[in-house]
Write a protein that binds this ligand. Structure first.
Ligand code: PLP
Length: 374
């Protein structure tokens, strides 16, 4: 029996097109694209072509694409690079939350779905705010942000502020050509859409100047020094292109599988609370809280049965800290302790869903029996 992988929000299996695109850059096309010989020009051409393709897929200009070392770097580069007072909602990923907190920024509340509370955001906006960062899709509970509403509020209350969106979880579900015009800065990470780990993108609207995080060789037009990860950049473009082509079909397919998963869990097991209603979240997200269950014990049993899921985000699941996202949503600590995040993606099948339902049902039954005996 193989692995039942329901943790696509943590990372996705690589797409074959991305692996294939990378390989020549580990062997015959290994040159440094910043060099001046023919061999270097070949690598530079590969980076330029990837940049053109990514720009086209995101609806921005090639000069607005900055390749970074990961999504975390893109988020930090946006917030620290703009400088000055930053504002974000409490349910952001730590890659946004921590730099904003570290630089004395303002963190505002969310509603019960984890969506930024627009009244509280309005109250935090003023002339001194330089950047507002609001994620496109939440990595734990899958909530989609109404970025048009956020952008309108910023125009009204803090017209000098830039809008950054962490769109790391978005490419599989949202056409980013519709997102990019609403924001000044946008972060992506290849490993969330079938590309490799350790490569990301920050789009920077023309005319926006950022103080670079990394100083050195002046790559990426002085916006991100460091020798290009040519293989990673080329694979990122290939993965994004396939994600874009498949998006509409996959959204329909995976929404049906997600519904089948959550509906079956709710009919098989008592006390399965769906954290966010399906109309507010992306198709691949199934997040529930299991009444009276400890996530840690459940995940242990799932792991033994080769079912991969998580409790909070991947970074927190090792430590089993209570989720800051669920806390921001006002989910009671006792219920949040039984959180289970199952995230579906391009490799998920109906057989995965059915097996997960069987294993989760058996595991919860076992844990509840053990509780009765205690
Ligand atoms: N932002 C969000 C919403 C994420 O889900 C992640 C991944 O965990 C990141 C940022 C960080 O991206 P990376 O793993 O490329 O540093």
């Amino acid at each position: 029996m193989g692995i039942t992988y329901l943790d696509h929000a943590a990372t996705t299996p690589m797409r074959a097109v991305a692996v294939e695109a990378m390989l020549p850059f580990f062997s015959e096309r290994f040159a440094n694209p910043s060099g001046s010989h023919r061999f270097a020009r070949d690598a530079r051409r590969a980076v330029d072509e990837a940049r053109d393709e990514v720009a086209d897929l995101l609806g921005v200009r090639p000069g607005e694409v900055v390749f970074t070392g990961c999504g975390t770097e893109a988020d930090n580069a946006a917030i620290v690079g703009v400088g000055g007072l930053a504002v974000c909602p409490a349910a952001e990923h730590h890659a946004v939350l921590h730099p904003i907190e570290a630089h004395g920024g303002r963190v505002v509340g969310t509603d019960a779905a984890g969506h930024v509370d627009l009244d509280r955001l309005a109250a935090a906006l003023a002339d001194d705010v330089r950047v507002v960062s609001v994620m496109a899709v939440n990595n734990e509970v899958g909530t989609v942000t109404d970025l048009a509403a956020v952008a309108a509020l910023i125009r009204e209350r803090a017209p000098r502020a830039l809008l950054h969106t962490d769109a790391v979880q978005a490419p599989s579900w949202l056409d980013l050509r519709a997102v990019a015009p609403m924001v000044d800065l946008m972060s992506l990470s290849a490993h969330k859409f079938g590309g490799p780990k350790g490569v990301g993108v920050l789009t920077v609207r023309d005319g926006v100047t950022l103080a670079p995080l990394l100083l050195g060789g002046g790559q990426e037009r002085e916006r991100r020094s460091g020798t290009h990860n040519v293989a990673g950049i080329v694979a990122l473009a290939a993965a994004l292109a396939e994600t874009d082509t498949e998006r509409d079909r996959e959204t329909v397919r995976l929404a049906a599988l997600r519904d089948r998963l959550v509906d079956a869990l709710q009919s098989e097991i008592d006390g399965v609370v769906e954290t966010v209603t399906r109309d507010r979240k992306v198709a691949g997200s199934a997040h529930v809280c299991l009444d009276g269950i400890e996530s840690e014990s459940l995940l242990f049993l799932l792991d033994e049965a080769d079912v991969c899921a998580s409790a909070a985000s991947a970074c927190a699941s090792g430590a089993m800290e209570p989720s800051h996202v669920l806390a921001a949503m006002g989910v009671e600590r006792s219920l949040a302790g039984g959180a289970l995040r199952m995230s579906l993606g391009h490799t998920t099948t109906a057989a995965d869903v059915d097996r997960a339902v069987d294993v989760i049902t058996a595991s919860v039954t076992r844990l509840r029996r053990a509780q009765v005996r205690r």
